[in-house]
Design a protein around this ligand. Structure first.
Ligand SMILES: Cc1cc2nc3c(=O)[nH]c(=O)nc-3n(C[C@H](O)[C@H](O)[C@H](O)COP(=O)(O)O)c2cc1C
Length: 157
């Protein structure tokens, strides 16, 4: 047995992150998954990475879609984080969104978004690492939604 999983969760949970909804499109189907396992990877070429659990339904969707948008959530968008963290079909009803160049949904009023084409999928243990080349993106404004020690948190100014 390797290092204790609970202990790993506890230690790395202290690394506060923002929260995104990673979205994709498979034909007529829109899909989203709450994700904080993201990183801005390279500026030249412009790359980001998204870690996706191998046994999640989302994994097949990102593979099939071949693209993803990362929508960075504001503190006011916590409901979206909850909505896209549930297992099963992802419900976009009632949401204000546009369609990016790749076809991935871009959620309105986020802190910013990037639209990416998947260029590589690398093995990362029980996750796969989706490398995305950024084709488009925009900044937004607002207060970030944070995730810290397994709970949502806010930035204290
Ligand atoms: C704050 C937060 C961050 C998450 N980050 C990730 C992530 O980076 N990668 C991942 O695979 N799952 C992540 N999850 C879990 C997925 O959102 C969840 O397992 C997925 O939506 C389940 O749906 P599915 O089984 O239908 O794919 C996160 C959940 C939360 C609440």
């Amino acid at each position: 047995m390797g290092f204790d999983a609970q202990q790993q969760r506890k230690i790395l949970g202290a690394f506060a992150t923002g929260v995104t909804v990673a979205s994709t499109r498979i034909g007529d189907e829109t899909w989203g998954m709450t994700a904080n396992g993201i990183t801005s990877l390279s500026l030249d070429p412009p790359l980001v990475l998204l870690a996706v659990q191998k046994d999640a339904a989302s994994h097949g969707k990102f593979r099939e879609g071949g693209c993803f948008a990362l929508n960075i959530l504001t503190a006011q968008q916590q409901e979206l984080s909850d909505r896209f963290a549930f297992k099963g079909p992802k419900d976009f009803s009632g949401l204000d969104y546009t369609t990016a160049e790749t076809g991935a949904p871009v959620l309105a009023d986020s802190l910013g978004w990037v639209d990416c084409r998947v260029t590589e999928v690398l093995d990362g243990g029980d996750h796969d690492i989706f490398i995305g080349e950024i084709l488009a993106g925009e900044t937004g404004s607002g207060e970030p939604l944070l995730y810290f020690n397994g709970k949502y948190a806010r930035l204290i100014p």
